[in-house]
Design a protein around this ligand. Structure first.
Ligand code: PGA
Length: 252
């Protein structure tokens, strides 16, 4: 089902596979329309299916990434990019090494930066130098975060160092053998960077995301639920499975 609600288009699809297909179609269309576009990319479980579908599209000559530039939303801090838990490793393993993107055109916040503030400032400058983000992929945290912009974030922030919320640390712990190894700090693009993107797609799958999705769309616009700021963006496509859309469908 496709709905229009205020400025957003909302797809409510059968399952995770369907949302991955839809997200990959939209991203590939963006690259085909503007081969030298700037993509903002996300990590986590949700976009994994989308990356798999995009690799397939690339293998079938349906999309060419040779002129694309990417900026990732976030990275743990401190972390070595060779660490298998780093988002640099995730992106390389799950996407970049399997398509024809130029490695020099893929930017991820440096989890080893000594001067973090300077690195963040440079990250924002680079995004601007490339003309801003054309197409930003987002997930949403159970607590309503986007990127690692945790509840009570400043909406005007650019890329910055964040202390992860307890709920996020808990959610991330599923990727680690030992809870004490779960990072407590991260570097994240800010809400300002995200809101300046020309187009945004947000993906969510599973019942555990239903409450955050409902508040994002129908709740107050508040730093307590960072994703609620998306109500003010004029080109957001939200792609949900039935479980994540459970609380909103009756109101659309
Ligand atoms: P997930 O994370 O895709 O692993 O659920 C989403 C997010 O925290 O933004």
């Amino acid at each position: 089902m496709k709905y229009k609600y205020k400025g957003s288009i909302i797809y409510v699809l059968e399952n995770y596979d369907e949302i991955s297909i839809k997200a990959a179609q939209l991203l590939a269309a963006q690259v085909n329309l503007k081969p030298n576009c700037v993509l903002g990319l996300a990590t986590g479980s949700t976009p994994e299916g989308m990356y798999k579908k995009l690799i397939r599209k690339y293998e079938q000559n349906e999309v060419d990434f040779s002129e694309v530039t990417t900026f990732n939303l976030d990275e743990y801090y401190p972390i070595d990019p060779k660490n298998t838990q780093s988002y640099a490793y995730y992106m390389k393993e799950k996407f970049f090494s399997k398509i024809n993107i130029q490695q020099s055109q893929t930017f991820i916040p440096d989890g080893q930066a000594e001067d973090v503030d300077k690195m963040c400032e440079n990250y924002d400058l680079m995004i601007n130098k490339y003309g801003g983000i054309d197409f930003q992929v987002l997930g949403i945290g159970n607590n309503g975060h986007i990127g690692f912009n945790e509840p009570n974030i400043r909406f005007e922030s650019g890329t910055h160092l964040v202390e992860l919320d307890n709920e996020t640390i808990e959610a991330n712990s599923r990727f680690f053998d030992n809870k004490k190894d779960v990072p407590i700090l991260a570097i994240s693009m800010g809400v300002r960077n995200i809101m300046h993107s020309k187009k945004i797609i947000l993906l969510a799958s599973g019942e555990h995301k239903a409450e955050a999705v409902e508040k994002m769309l129908f709740g107050d616009i508040t730093p307590n639920l960072p994703a609620s700021i998306l109500q003010l963006h004029n080109d957001v496509t939200i792609i949900l499975d039935n479980a994540a859309a459970k609380l909103i469908v009756p109101r659309l």
